[in-house]
Ligand binder design. Structure first.
Ligand code: GLU
Length: 390
């Protein structure tokens, strides 16, 4: 059984890779539908509240999975231990539940490809790191903080973008052994290759970013033994059988690097689509620190999950035959979801719409014999809480 599981982990479930799917089906005699099953994930870092951008990513992944009879996975990416916020992971999962975005696999639900918290998968990353060192796609970097700071300041002084100069890529074996004998701390870097071909973004079309031109070799494993985001993210997407990665456009710049990692491992990559930026109504950038962008804030203000979800989908597009100002349930949203209808235009927030959808949802509840009593209970609680002292 253990052997079967390791094997399962190694085979990516790509719907479009017919050969892979056939191989998979032959090996385990499972149905075509299962072999081609869509598996998507929401992979937040537990560094604070769930904000609108995060909710949009989770929701679109969920709707896509449901529209394809696939699975939606929640994975907590907590490898940057310096940025952790206590209870943030649990709060994120609670808020998804509040919004009726139920993961099929997650830290609390569990599932066959867990654990779903990266800090519980550290040994696994070390094993995969060995593969990259062995096939010469990665190397140990012994540069001190002092040297790296000097490199950075020197670049800034010359008005250039700071980047690592890949010095340790060229260390001799004798030198490496000497540094190791002395116990010099090291991190592990990935050798960036030149990219000449674009990749096909599901939303933005062909994207060509030659990372090696702008960046030095990136760190994959820090000196403290923790993997960086890029490494853990790619290893986990592969092991968890992720078929499509839908994430915010701010991650688009990382994708070529991730594709290089897939190539170095000899793995089939998932398909990538990046969701356009969410901006204020006037087109200005949102700030993560804005309190009114937290989902908890909307819940506490009395907005219903349906109102928030319709508000979020209204700005983003991606639906077939969805009229504006018509409130849909999450099931109706998933029926109408169509990835091909997503555009690259930035999404402008219009908070008047949120109020409008909330009013519409209230009216819907007032007419529903099952929801009316729930609403009345909530109202009673609210009155009690508000007038307690009086
Ligand atoms: N941990 C990343 C985040 O905080 C995940 C990005 C991705 O989806 O690859 O958003």
């Amino acid at each position: 059984m253990a052997q079967l599981f390791t094997h399962l982990q190694r085979i990516p479930l790509l719907p479009c890779k017919v050969q892979e799917a056939r191989k998979f089906m032959r090996l385990f005699s499972i149905s075509a539908q299962k072999a081609c099953q869509v598996r998507v994930r929401f992979a937040p870092s537990p560094t604070g509240h769930l904000h609108l951008g995060g909710l949009r990513t989770a929701l679109y992944n969920f709707l896509f999975a449901k529209s394809k009879n696939g699975k939606f996975i929640l994975r907590i990416e907590d490898t940057d231990q310096t940025r952790l916020v206590v209870h943030a992971a649990q709060r994120l999962e609670d808020m998804l539940k509040w919004a009726k975005i139920y993961p099929d696999e997650s830290p609390t639900v569990g599932g066959p490809r867990g654990p779903y918290v990266q800090s519980q998968r550290i040994n696994l990353y070390h094993n995969y790191m060995k593969n990259l060192l062995e096939n010469d796609s990665a190397y140990k970097c012994f540069c001190s903080k002092l040297r790296l700071d000097w490199l950075r300041n020197d670049a800034i002084r010359r008005n250039e973008t700071p980047k690592y100069d890949n010095k340790c890529r060229y260390l001799s074996q004798v030198k490496i052994e000497e540094l190791e004998r002395k116990g010099t701390p090291y991190c592990i870097r990935f050798k960036l290759e030149t990219i000449t071909d674009p990749y096909q973004d599901l939303i933005y079309g062909p994207i060509l970013i030659n990372v090696a031109e702008h960046e030095g070799d990136p760190v994959m494993m820090k000196a403290d033994g923790y993997p960086t985001y890029h490494f853990a993210n790619v290893v986990d997407d592969h092991l968890m059988g992720i078929t499509h990665v839908l994430r915010g456009v701010e991650w688009q710049i990382s994708t070529p690097k991730h594709l290089l990692l897939y190539k170095a491992f000899g793995w089939n990559p998932p398909l990538f689509g990046h969701l356009p930026l969410i901006v204020n109504r006037d087109g200005s950038k949102l700030s993560k620190r804005q309190d009114d962008l937290h989902i908890e804030h909307y819940r506490d203000q009395g907005y219903s999950p349906e109102a928030v979800l319709n508000f979020v989908t209204d700005i983003g597009g991606g639906f077939e035959g969805k009229e504006h100002n018509v409130l849909l349930t999450i099931e109706e949203l998933s029926e109408k979801f169509n990835l091909a209808r997503l555009t690259k235009n930035s999404c402008r927030l219009d908070f008047d719409k949120l109020k409008l959808y909330n009013q519409m949802d209230l009216q819907r509840c007032l007419k529903s014999p099952t929801e009316l009593p729930v609403l009345l209970d909530q109202l009673q609680d609210l009155v009690k809480k508000t007038f307690e002292e009086k």
